[in-house]
Design a protein around this ligand. Structure first.
Ligand code: CIR
Length: 255
């Protein structure tokens, strides 16, 4: 949760065609751009360098850069998205990470894995199997990160939930914010877990970035619980990304 860099990508007009589990309306580009600018400004306010990549019209979901790579201190791993329309986003991200890292590896397949299913904690890397991340993808990542001395543990994303991190986020070295439904799976044993408030499950996709916890706006009870627990909460509008099942973590690579 302590980072010196982030990579983001500006949303494009293509977002109207972004993937979604359920159609709850068309995202509005101007509103998404405004929220995105607030998000980037908040990351920058911590003193981190934010590399802002240009919009990509041809990939409707390209604003959700988190799914394209895993960035660790030792190197970066290019993902292999389970969503066919998102596969090309990985090659668009790779040159940027090659400039920043000496060691860049690739998930070659046949498995699939998306960054949204990966939660890096201080002690291990948790990867949730989901509709986008399969056993072969997890196994290939496990082999790569073991070269770098990391332990990987395979867990499960609840049915009907897009990504593992849709339902959880790391708050500090020992604390995780999670929905009750995900915590009930037992995957966070040994951690301190704070639950999102009832009916505010979408607040689980927050991020701790240096001194701030960036939370989607509109979940007042969870935001209050976090500030009472001592976290400095910044609420960012997520109305447009939410239409595409996206949240705070999806919008950046952090390292
Ligand atoms: C998708 O379905 O792939 C995008 N509409 C949303 C991706 C959200 N990414 C994330 O949670 N890491």
């Amino acid at each position: 949760y302590e980072f010196t860099r982030a990579v983001t990508r500006r949303p494009s007009a293509g977002i109207v065609n972004g993937l979604r589990a359920e159609d709850i309306g068309t995202p509005d580009l101007a509103k998404m751009e405004e929220a995105h600018a607030h998000y980037v400004a908040t990351l920058k306010k911590t003193g981190a360098e934010v590399i802002e990549l240009p919009a990509l019209e041809e990939y409707p979901d390209a604003v959700f850069v988190e799914d394209t790579a895993l960035c660790l201190p030792q190197g970066a791993v290019m993902m292999r998205p389970g969503a066919p329309t998102r596969m090309g986003e990985v090659a668009e991200m790779e040159p940027t990470l090659r400039r920043l890292y000496d060691d860049v590896r690739r998930i070659e397949g046949p498995g699939h894995i998306e960054g949204g299913d990966i939660l890096v904690t201080v002690r291990e890397i948790l990867v949730g199997r989901s509709d986008r991340t399969d056993a072969a993808g997890v196994a290939e990542l496990a082999e790569i990160v073991s070269d770098w001395g990391h332990k990987l543990r395979e867990v499960f994303t609840p049915p009907g939930v897009l990504h593992f991190k849709t339902d959880c986020s790391l708050l500090d070295g020992e604390t995780i914010l999670a929905t009750k439904r995900l915590d009930a799976s037992g995957c966070f044993e040994g951690y301190r877990v704070l639950h999102t408030a009832e009916g505010e499950e979408a607040a689980a996709n927050s991020i701790r970035f240096n001194q701030f916890v960036l939370c989607p706006a509109g979940f007042p009870r969870t935001a209050e619980m976090l500030s009472n627990a001592g976290y400095e909460v910044v609420q960012i509008s997520n109305s447009e990304c939410a239409k595409l099942d996206g949240g705070m973590s999806c919008l950046s690579l952090r390292f």
